[in-house]
Design a protein around this ligand. Structure first.
Ligand code: DGL
Length: 277
Protein backbone atom coordinates (compact mmCIF):
# COMPACT_ATOMS: atom_id res chain seq x y z
CA UNK A 1 0.00 0.00 0.00
CA UNK A 2 1.43 3.35 -1.01
CA UNK A 3 0.42 6.41 0.98
CA UNK A 4 0.37 10.19 0.58
CA UNK A 5 2.05 12.04 3.44
CA UNK A 6 0.84 15.51 4.42
CA UNK A 7 2.90 17.45 6.97
CA UNK A 8 2.49 20.72 8.84
CA UNK A 9 3.60 22.41 12.04
CA UNK A 10 0.16 21.59 13.46
CA UNK A 11 -3.45 21.49 12.30
CA UNK A 12 -3.18 23.95 9.38
CA UNK A 13 -2.31 21.24 6.89
CA UNK A 14 -5.76 19.77 7.51
CA UNK A 15 -7.07 22.51 5.21
CA UNK A 16 -4.93 21.00 2.44
CA UNK A 17 -5.79 17.41 3.43
CA UNK A 18 -9.49 18.35 3.18
CA UNK A 19 -9.01 19.07 -0.53
CA UNK A 20 -7.40 15.65 -0.90
CA UNK A 21 -10.20 13.84 0.93
CA UNK A 22 -12.70 15.43 -1.46
CA UNK A 23 -10.77 14.92 -4.68
CA UNK A 24 -9.07 11.56 -4.10
CA UNK A 25 -11.29 9.61 -1.71
CA UNK A 26 -9.50 6.30 -2.41
CA UNK A 27 -6.10 7.53 -1.30
CA UNK A 28 -4.77 6.85 2.18
CA UNK A 29 -3.34 9.91 3.88
CA UNK A 30 -0.67 9.84 6.58
CA UNK A 31 -0.93 13.26 8.25
CA UNK A 32 1.71 14.49 10.66
CA UNK A 33 1.13 17.65 12.70
CA UNK A 34 4.15 18.87 14.66
CA UNK A 35 2.03 20.37 17.45
CA UNK A 36 4.87 19.81 19.93
CA UNK A 37 6.90 22.43 18.03
CA UNK A 38 4.11 24.71 16.77
CA UNK A 39 4.24 27.51 15.75
CA UNK A 40 7.19 27.22 13.37
CA UNK A 41 6.85 30.74 12.02
CA UNK A 42 8.61 32.54 14.89
CA UNK A 43 11.43 29.98 15.29
CA UNK A 44 14.97 29.96 13.87
CA UNK A 45 15.51 28.41 10.45
CA UNK A 46 17.80 25.82 12.07
CA UNK A 47 15.12 24.74 14.57
CA UNK A 48 12.39 24.58 11.91
CA UNK A 49 14.55 22.40 9.65
CA UNK A 50 15.46 20.09 12.57
CA UNK A 51 11.75 19.67 13.40
CA UNK A 52 10.83 18.92 9.79
CA UNK A 53 13.63 16.39 9.42
CA UNK A 54 12.45 14.61 12.54
CA UNK A 55 9.04 14.18 10.87
CA UNK A 56 10.67 13.02 7.65
CA UNK A 57 12.65 10.37 9.56
CA UNK A 58 9.45 9.21 11.24
CA UNK A 59 7.73 8.94 7.85
CA UNK A 60 10.55 6.62 6.71
CA UNK A 61 8.57 3.71 8.20
CA UNK A 62 5.73 4.15 5.65
CA UNK A 63 5.68 3.35 1.99
CA UNK A 64 5.05 6.76 0.43
CA UNK A 65 4.34 7.85 -3.12
CA UNK A 66 4.08 11.60 -2.50
CA UNK A 67 4.93 14.13 0.20
CA UNK A 68 2.85 17.30 0.44
CA UNK A 69 4.52 19.99 2.53
CA UNK A 70 1.24 21.58 3.68
CA UNK A 71 3.11 24.32 5.51
CA UNK A 72 4.12 27.57 3.84
CA UNK A 73 6.90 28.19 6.33
CA UNK A 74 8.60 24.83 5.67
CA UNK A 75 7.95 25.24 1.93
CA UNK A 76 9.62 28.67 1.93
CA UNK A 77 12.65 27.48 3.86
CA UNK A 78 13.34 23.99 2.56
CA UNK A 79 11.21 22.75 -0.33
CA UNK A 80 14.16 22.60 -2.71
CA UNK A 81 16.35 20.68 -0.30
CA UNK A 82 13.56 18.21 0.48
CA UNK A 83 13.05 17.63 -3.24
CA UNK A 84 16.74 16.99 -3.62
CA UNK A 85 17.07 14.67 -0.63
CA UNK A 86 13.96 12.52 -0.95
CA UNK A 87 13.39 9.88 -3.57
CA UNK A 88 9.64 10.54 -3.86
CA UNK A 89 7.89 13.58 -5.41
CA UNK A 90 7.56 16.53 -3.02
CA UNK A 91 4.98 19.31 -3.48
CA UNK A 92 4.82 22.58 -1.56
CA UNK A 93 2.06 25.17 -1.24
CA UNK A 94 3.71 28.43 -2.34
CA UNK A 95 4.11 27.96 -6.08
CA UNK A 96 0.47 26.81 -6.50
CA UNK A 97 -0.75 29.76 -4.38
CA UNK A 98 1.40 32.22 -6.32
CA UNK A 99 0.03 30.88 -9.60
CA UNK A 100 -3.57 31.27 -8.41
CA UNK A 101 -2.90 34.83 -7.26
CA UNK A 102 -1.24 35.79 -10.54
CA UNK A 103 -4.21 34.40 -12.48
CA UNK A 104 -6.79 36.06 -10.24
CA UNK A 105 -5.68 39.67 -9.79
CA UNK A 106 -7.06 42.38 -12.06
CA UNK A 107 -5.06 45.32 -10.74
CA UNK A 108 -1.75 43.42 -10.23
CA UNK A 109 -1.72 44.36 -6.54
CA UNK A 110 -1.60 41.29 -4.34
CA UNK A 111 -1.50 40.98 -0.55
CA UNK A 112 -0.08 37.94 1.22
CA UNK A 113 -0.71 37.17 4.87
CA UNK A 114 1.79 34.69 6.27
CA UNK A 115 3.97 33.73 9.22
CA UNK A 116 6.98 35.88 10.06
CA UNK A 117 9.41 33.39 8.48
CA UNK A 118 7.39 33.07 5.27
CA UNK A 119 7.04 36.84 4.96
CA UNK A 120 10.77 37.34 5.63
CA UNK A 121 11.67 34.79 2.94
CA UNK A 122 9.84 36.91 0.28
CA UNK A 123 9.13 33.64 -1.50
CA UNK A 124 5.60 34.70 -2.47
CA UNK A 125 6.81 38.03 -3.82
CA UNK A 126 9.56 36.42 -5.90
CA UNK A 127 7.35 33.64 -7.23
CA UNK A 128 4.39 35.88 -8.12
CA UNK A 129 6.65 38.41 -9.87
CA UNK A 130 8.12 35.64 -12.02
CA UNK A 131 4.60 34.72 -13.11
CA UNK A 132 3.14 38.21 -13.57
CA UNK A 133 5.10 41.16 -14.95
CA UNK A 134 4.64 44.33 -12.93
CA UNK A 135 2.92 42.61 -10.01
CA UNK A 136 3.15 44.48 -6.73
CA UNK A 137 3.18 42.07 -3.82
CA UNK A 138 2.66 43.20 -0.23
CA UNK A 139 3.66 40.57 2.33
CA UNK A 140 2.26 40.95 5.82
CA UNK A 141 3.56 38.87 8.73
CA UNK A 142 0.83 37.76 11.16
CA UNK A 143 2.83 36.29 14.04
CA UNK A 144 -0.05 35.83 16.48
CA UNK A 145 -2.52 33.97 14.30
CA UNK A 146 -1.24 30.37 14.29
CA UNK A 147 -1.18 30.11 18.10
CA UNK A 148 -4.62 31.70 18.33
CA UNK A 149 -6.05 29.25 15.82
CA UNK A 150 -4.47 26.18 17.42
CA UNK A 151 -5.66 27.24 20.85
CA UNK A 152 -9.28 26.21 21.19
CA UNK A 153 -9.76 28.50 24.19
CA UNK A 154 -8.92 31.65 22.30
CA UNK A 155 -11.79 34.09 22.26
CA UNK A 156 -12.77 35.00 18.68
CA UNK A 157 -12.28 38.65 19.65
CA UNK A 158 -8.52 38.12 19.87
CA UNK A 159 -8.38 36.76 16.33
CA UNK A 160 -10.50 39.66 15.09
CA UNK A 161 -8.32 42.33 16.66
CA UNK A 162 -5.14 40.66 15.36
CA UNK A 163 -6.70 40.57 11.89
CA UNK A 164 -7.64 44.27 12.15
CA UNK A 165 -3.98 45.04 12.78
CA UNK A 166 -2.61 42.80 10.02
CA UNK A 167 -5.12 43.55 7.27
CA UNK A 168 -5.18 47.35 7.61
CA UNK A 169 -1.91 47.97 5.67
CA UNK A 170 -3.06 45.65 2.89
CA UNK A 171 -6.39 47.45 2.57
CA UNK A 172 -4.50 50.73 2.35
CA UNK A 173 -2.30 49.22 -0.39
CA UNK A 174 -5.46 48.69 -2.46
CA UNK A 175 -4.83 45.02 -3.18
CA UNK A 176 -7.63 43.21 -5.02
CA UNK A 177 -6.32 39.74 -4.17
CA UNK A 178 -5.35 38.36 -0.78
CA UNK A 179 -3.38 35.11 -0.46
CA UNK A 180 -3.77 33.05 2.71
CA UNK A 181 -0.06 32.24 2.80
CA UNK A 182 -0.32 29.98 5.84
CA UNK A 183 -2.34 26.79 5.80
CA UNK A 184 -3.87 27.62 9.18
CA UNK A 185 -5.56 30.78 7.90
CA UNK A 186 -8.41 29.15 5.94
CA UNK A 187 -9.63 28.00 9.37
CA UNK A 188 -10.43 31.70 9.92
CA UNK A 189 -11.67 32.44 6.40
CA UNK A 190 -15.01 33.89 7.53
CA UNK A 191 -13.31 36.15 10.08
CA UNK A 192 -10.79 37.32 7.48
CA UNK A 193 -13.57 38.25 5.04
CA UNK A 194 -15.55 39.98 7.77
CA UNK A 195 -12.60 42.07 8.95
CA UNK A 196 -11.65 42.89 5.35
CA UNK A 197 -15.16 44.22 4.96
CA UNK A 198 -15.27 44.69 1.18
CA UNK A 199 -14.72 42.87 -2.08
CA UNK A 200 -11.49 40.90 -2.35
CA UNK A 201 -10.35 37.73 -4.12
CA UNK A 202 -9.33 35.45 -1.28
CA UNK A 203 -6.82 32.82 -2.44
CA UNK A 204 -6.43 29.51 -0.62
CA UNK A 205 -3.47 27.68 -2.23
CA UNK A 206 -4.87 24.28 -1.19
CA UNK A 207 -6.92 23.67 -4.32
CA UNK A 208 -4.07 24.38 -6.74
CA UNK A 209 -1.70 22.35 -4.56
CA UNK A 210 -3.96 19.32 -4.86
CA UNK A 211 -4.28 19.93 -8.63
CA UNK A 212 -0.49 19.47 -8.74
CA UNK A 213 -0.70 16.40 -6.53
CA UNK A 214 -3.32 14.78 -8.79
CA UNK A 215 -1.23 15.57 -11.87
CA UNK A 216 1.91 14.10 -10.30
CA UNK A 217 0.15 10.89 -9.24
CA UNK A 218 -1.40 10.52 -12.72
CA UNK A 219 1.92 11.08 -14.46
CA UNK A 220 3.60 8.48 -12.25
CA UNK A 221 0.74 5.97 -12.65
CA UNK A 222 0.31 6.16 -8.88
CA UNK A 223 -3.38 7.01 -8.44
CA UNK A 224 -5.16 4.49 -6.20
CA UNK A 225 -7.88 2.56 -7.98
CA UNK A 226 -9.57 1.17 -4.85
CA UNK A 227 -9.85 2.38 -1.23
CA UNK A 228 -6.49 2.02 0.54
CA UNK A 229 -7.70 2.04 4.15
CA UNK A 230 -8.11 4.45 7.05
CA UNK A 231 -6.18 7.66 7.12
CA UNK A 232 -3.72 7.99 9.97
CA UNK A 233 -3.22 11.25 11.88
CA UNK A 234 -0.03 11.65 13.90
CA UNK A 235 0.99 14.44 16.23
CA UNK A 236 4.08 15.30 18.25
CA UNK A 237 1.67 16.86 20.76
CA UNK A 238 -1.39 15.55 22.55
CA UNK A 239 -3.30 12.89 20.58
CA UNK A 240 -6.60 13.57 22.39
CA UNK A 241 -6.49 17.29 21.60
CA UNK A 242 -5.53 16.64 17.99
CA UNK A 243 -8.36 14.16 17.62
CA UNK A 244 -10.83 16.90 18.61
CA UNK A 245 -9.32 19.24 16.03
CA UNK A 246 -9.48 16.62 13.26
CA UNK A 247 -13.16 16.07 14.06
CA UNK A 248 -13.80 19.81 14.11
CA UNK A 249 -11.95 20.75 10.94
CA UNK A 250 -12.27 17.72 8.64
CA UNK A 251 -15.06 15.40 7.47
CA UNK A 252 -13.35 12.43 9.21
CA UNK A 253 -15.56 11.77 12.24
CA UNK A 254 -13.75 8.80 13.81
CA UNK A 255 -10.10 9.59 13.08
CA UNK A 256 -7.23 7.29 14.03
CA UNK A 257 -4.94 9.69 15.92
CA UNK A 258 -1.57 8.58 17.28
CA UNK A 259 1.48 10.18 18.84
CA UNK A 260 4.79 10.33 16.97
CA UNK A 261 7.16 8.23 19.12
CA UNK A 262 10.23 9.88 20.63
CA UNK A 263 13.46 9.19 18.82
CA UNK A 264 16.16 7.20 20.59
CA UNK A 265 18.74 9.86 21.60
CA UNK A 266 21.48 7.15 21.60
CA UNK A 267 21.29 6.85 17.84
CA UNK A 268 23.72 9.12 16.08
CA UNK A 269 21.77 10.46 13.16
CA UNK A 270 22.90 12.19 9.99
CA UNK A 271 21.42 15.68 9.60
CA UNK A 272 19.19 14.61 6.71
CA UNK A 273 16.28 12.21 6.48
CA UNK A 274 16.68 8.43 6.62
CA UNK A 275 14.67 8.17 3.41
CA UNK A 276 17.29 10.23 1.53
CA UNK A 277 18.32 8.85 -1.81
N1 DGL B 1 0.62 26.15 8.70
C1 DGL B 1 1.95 26.73 8.77
C2 DGL B 1 2.20 27.53 7.52
O1 DGL B 1 1.54 27.33 6.53
C3 DGL B 1 2.07 27.49 10.05
C4 DGL B 1 3.49 27.66 10.45
C5 DGL B 1 3.66 27.95 11.91
O2 DGL B 1 3.53 27.00 12.69
O3 DGL B 1 3.94 29.10 12.25
O4 DGL B 1 3.09 28.35 7.47
Amino acid sequence: MKNIAVIDSGSGGLTVANELFGRLPDERIIYVGDHGNCPYGNKSIKDIKASVYRIIRFLGRFELKLLIVACNTATALMLDELKEKLDIPVIGVIEPGAQMAAETTQNRRIGVIATQRTADSHMYQQTIRKKLDGAEVFEQACPKLVSYLENNDTRPGEITSALEEYLAPLRRANVDTLVMGCTHYPLAEQQILKVWGGPVNLVDPARATIDQAVQTLKTNGDLSLAPEGSHLFFTTGDAGEFSQKVKKWTPVDAPVVLTVPDEDPQINRPPGPSTAS
